[in-house]
Write a protein that binds this ligand. Sequence first.
Ligand SMILES: Nc1ncnc2c1ncn2[C@@H]1O[C@H](COP(=O)(O)OP(=O)(O)O)[C@@H](O)[C@H]1O
Ligand code: SF4
Ligand SMILES: [Mg+2]
Length: 367
Amino acid sequence: MSEQTLNNRDETVVEMLPAEAAAPASEPDAVLPAEQPVAEEPLDPEALLEVRHLKKYFPAKKDFFGRPVSFVKAVDDVSFKIRPGTTLGIVGESGCGKTTLGRTILRLQPATDGQIFFDGKDINILKTAEMNALRPQMQIIFQDPYSSLSPRMPIGEIIGEAVVQHKLVPKSDVKDYVLGVMKNCGLPYHYYERYPHEFSGGQRQRICIATALALTPRFVVCDEPVSALDVSIQAQIINLLKDMQDKMGLTYIFISHDLSVVEHISDNVGVMYLGSMVEYGSTEDIFDKPMHPYTEALFSAVPIPDPDRHSKRIILSGDIPSPINAPSGCKFHTRCNRCMDICKEVAPAFKDYGNGHMVACHLYSQD
Ligand SMILES: Nc1ncnc2c1ncn2[C@@H]1O[C@H](COP(=O)(O)OP(=O)(O)O)[C@@H](O)[C@H]1O
Ligand code: SF4
Ligand SMILES: [Mg+2]
């Protein structure tokens, strides 16, 4: 499904730029170290999730013998942490690696390198049985509620399936349990026996949310959960996600190209460009004081209803480069209106410039 914005923000410059060419669909084998990697720094005891130098490369071209000779660097050395009960918004143009980041963190696909600590455990190296035991705690809600629901199962069975599989409640209590989850997610009791095709997009997304939350997760990746819905329904789904976060103490990664939705729901925001995180900080800092030229350009294209906030629209020039052959130095240098000589040669370090506001840009590291 195309990433069209569904509110009035579809003017954004970034959405008008050509999308990245589709990459090959094959999955590479994990290229993980055989032994448990030793963390250089102690883990943050206050973080539920800590991602360190995460990489996910997909083979792009293969040689005569089927060996990959080039890679799509969909996630390329990304690090961040999330505290329990908070939401990290991830923004960036289509193809910058948001979905790949979410799926790799959940180990729905193997990481190429890096570490993903969930509750202190590096999940990259967990054995299948240990990972399966952890699965209910880490859930995902997808953009498209039409394709993510089995058309042949009634709603009650869909929501209860994994509950039964993971033996979360005794078999005799499953129906009552599912009805309770449905009620919390705004789904009336009589939907229990009905089928997905009988519902609208908004109701289907409620069913998807109920299916994920029935497992009482601690962490949920919400991948563009409202992008396919009518504007009138979007706020209801966002409010449901927020209510459930308050009730269950959930921790979210909220992926969206709609900056207004991200601002509304996120405590912190990470900005991605060509597989890298170029800026990270509190929602206020990122929206009020963006530092990276890419973030500035991204946000300058959004109409601002607040009269105290002014921004001049910055037009990004040039196409998005290929993630197979990303520009040298700063990956953004081919489109940056403040590019300096050093930017073409040296990749800027991702540094904290106060209050946990992290930026990868030579403009600041030169000071
Ligand atoms: N399974 C895959 N095989 C090969 N390339 C992929 C695969 N999934 C994603 N990619 C590529 O990785 C890059 C990032 O994609 P994606 O994570 O879907 O971006 P976003 O969610 O930000 O739009 C894109 O260039 C995309 O074509
Ligand atoms: S490092 Fe240079 S090219 Fe990259 S964003 Fe900063 S100023 Fe622009
Ligand atoms: Mg995506």
